[in-house]
Design a binder for this molecule. Structure first.
Ligand code: HBI
Length: 101
């Protein structure tokens, strides 16, 4: 089974992911994406969903109109793993296609 990152590894990884922050307790990382409209938010979610399914690692997320709130954790491991960091990077890349930083 994949192991959670240490506190130091998680914080170093977060340095490469501006916009993401640790949840209290460090068991998850989160980011809020605000798009131009619902179509963009849903387009983002659709692209990320396909990537998540391909890697068998899925986000906890919530969509309200043009906002997508994401929380990433590896449930099997009970904390943040390299899989969450990789998925966060994918999300950032997809979000850039919609003009987000
Ligand atoms: N997604 N975020 C997340 N965390 C998991 O532990 C996880 C998952 N997607 C699929 C998955 N685990 C399965 O591989 C296992 O539950 C079998």
């Amino acid at each position: 089974m994949v192991q959670p990152l240490s506190d130091q590894q998680r914080r170093e990884a977060l340095q490469t992911l501006p916009g993401w922050s640790e949840q209290p307790g460090g068991k998850a990382i989160s980011r809020r994406f605000v798009f131009g409209n619902f179509r963009e938010a849903f387009g983002f979610m659709t692209q990320v969903a396909l990537a998540a399914e391909q890697s068998d690692h899925h986000p906890d997320w919530r969509n309200v109109y043009k906002t997508v709130e994401v929380e990433l954790t590896t449930h099997d491991a009970g904390g943040v793993t390299a899989r969450d960091i990789a998925l966060a990077a994918v999300m950032d890349k997809v979000a850039r296609q919609f003009g987000l930083a």
